[in-house]
Design a protein around this ligand. Structure first.
Ligand code: AMP
Length: 194
């Protein structure tokens, strides 16, 4: 069996506060330690670039998936283990999700949220059954977690579907959450922060 492949969705902004960068580095270090392959959007900008650079620097594998039109805007990373170029954003998402064994969501903007909700709704529809772990670094996702709770209270979302996502407190905890899931004797996954 090959390495575990983790698809990470996160910010493409170079302007985010330092603690978010440190958190991406902490996740990268844990992934490199556990020889987990990174699947991501293929850019060299923002938390995406930080994550890729750090894993490559530690001798890890990084696979980028980028649509042709974003190669300039997101400064396609030149030094990846493998770069897949797609025709469209939709093909990018499909390719990323097909190659991943699990998904992690780090703080990010609209693009990150779009990717998060799409992969979550695909799971809700039964299109995949892969783990989705959200790193609530610095409480970034608190407003979204409040929305989740309210949606469940108002019966817009079932309790069962709320449990499709696991929340951890920071990037470095993502890997432990995934490894625990692989261990049949480990703690069962649950929505720990809701
Ligand atoms: P952001 O969180 O906005 O910094 O974007 C993070 C990543 O999401 C970047 O690689 C964007 O190309 C990607 N992205 C932006 N919009 C979308 C979208 N509608 N669907 C999928 N990915 C997107």
């Amino acid at each position: 069996m090959g390495n575990l492949a983790l698809c990470v969705f996160c910010s493409s902004s170079n302007l985010v506060p330092e603690h978010f960068r440190k958190d991406a580095i902490a996740l990268a270090d844990r992934m490199a330690e556990e020889k987990i392959t990174l699947i991501y959007g293929g850019g060299s900008v923002g938390l995406m670039g930080i994550l890729a650079d750090r894993i490559l620097g530690r001798g890890g594998e990084v696979i980028g998936v980028i649509p042709t039109f974003l190669r300039t805007e997101e400064l396609a990373h030149e030094g990846l283990t493998e770069m897949i170029v797609t025709q469209s954003m939709h093909e990018r998402k499909i390719e990323m999700s097909r190659r991943a064994d699990a998904f992690a969501v780090l703080p990010g903007g609209f693009g990150t949220m779009d990717e998060f909700f799409e992969i979550l709704t695909w799971k809700q529809l039964g299109l995949h059954a892969k783990p989705i772990v959200v790193a609530n670094t610095g409480g970034w996702f608190d407003p979204i977690l409040s929305y989740f709770l309210n949606a469940e209270n108002q019966r817009m979302v079932s309790r069962q579907n709320l449990a499709l996502v696991e929340i951890v407190g920071s990037g470095d905890q993502v890997v432990n959450a995934l490894l625990r899931r692989r261990d049949p004797a480990g703690t069962p996954p649950r929505l720990s922060r809701l």
